[in-house]
Design a protein around this ligand. Structure first.
Ligand code: BEZ
Length: 263
């Protein structure tokens, strides 16, 4: 994914992304002294909450601007720029946590293999991401308006079903402990500009090849289509639907059906 994140807009108006998921930390049940990786840490707020629990935590994100903001927010916490599909650390982790990051990466098998390789045997994984049906109403409007205007559809998001993601994790050697999906619509902060700010923050890829002078009219058309469905109580809403998985890494090397350990 190209690094075109606006980390200030993210912290300023989209803090809900980490605030609404802060309870992931309790699901992870971090113990003081454990080594924990926050995968796709963004501007580092949940990473810092882990650090406050006495954990030896590292925040990882592929975006230079997110990591720069994270370091500015929390100078004492360790952050690194790396690709979730292919990262390595010299020491294994006790646990990996990931919030609202993995739906940006369609190569889920590579991510799962990298996480498995980074964990100690039996290490925990707790993740939250968008699941099949996430922002379905927004997605329909984006696709409808852009295709009607003759633009290519460049969807950067990957919203798998719960079964699909659990299978990917199992194939990488994880044992699934729990899987949950649930709707969590979110009231966007600005009463009038909420939806366009959300699009500006998260949907830039869709508009990358749209001439600048055309963008405003497309955004306005998207707002018109969405208003009857996602404007309520004098606010815009994002129709989030989440997947939460708790899993643990294999304790023994994975075996093929012939009984030969996989490399
Ligand atoms: C999400 O957290 O579900 C999400 C955020 C931005 C774009 C797409 C999905």
């Amino acid at each position: 994914m190209a690094d075109n994140w606006d980390s200030s807009l993210y912290d300023d108006r989209h803090a809900f992304v980490w605030k609404t998921s802060a309870d992931l930390i309790d699901l992870l049940a971090p113990q003081p002294g454990e080594r924990i990786l926050d995968l796709g840490c963004g501007t580092g707020h949940l990473t810092a909450q882990l650090a406050a629990r006495g954990v030896e935590v590292t925040g990882l994100d592929s975006s230079l601007s997110m990591i720069a903001q994270a370091r500015q927010n929390y100078p004492k916490v360790k952050f690194t720029v790396a690709d979730a599909r292919d990262f390595r650390f010299p020491e294994p982790f006790d646990a990996v946590m990931s919030n609202a990051a993995l739906h940006w990466i369609a190569e889920a098998g590579l991510v799962a293999t990298s996480i498995a390789a980074a964990l100690k045997p039996g290490g925990r994984l707790v993740l939250e991401m968008g699941v099949l049906g996430n922002i379905a109403i927004i997605l329909e409007a984006l696709e409808g308006v852009l295709s009607q205007a003759g633009h290519k559809l460049t969807n950067p998001w990957y919203f798998p079903s719960a079964a699909e993601y659990a299978t990917v994790l199992e194939q990488a050697g994880f044992e699934i402990r729990s899987v949950a999906t649930f709707e969590r619509w979110h009231r966007l902060e600005h009463p009038e500009r909420g939806m366009r700010e959300w699009l500006e923050m998260f949907a830039g890829t869709w508009f990358a090849e749209v001439p600048l002078e055309e963008r405003e009219s497309l955004v306005r058309e998207i707002e018109i289509r969405l208003r009857p469905k996602l404007y309520c109580d004098r606010a815009w809403w994002a129709d989030y639907k989440r997947l939460r998985v708790i899993a643990s890494a294999a304790r023994l090397p994975l075996r093929t059906q012939s009984g030969i350990p996989t490399p």
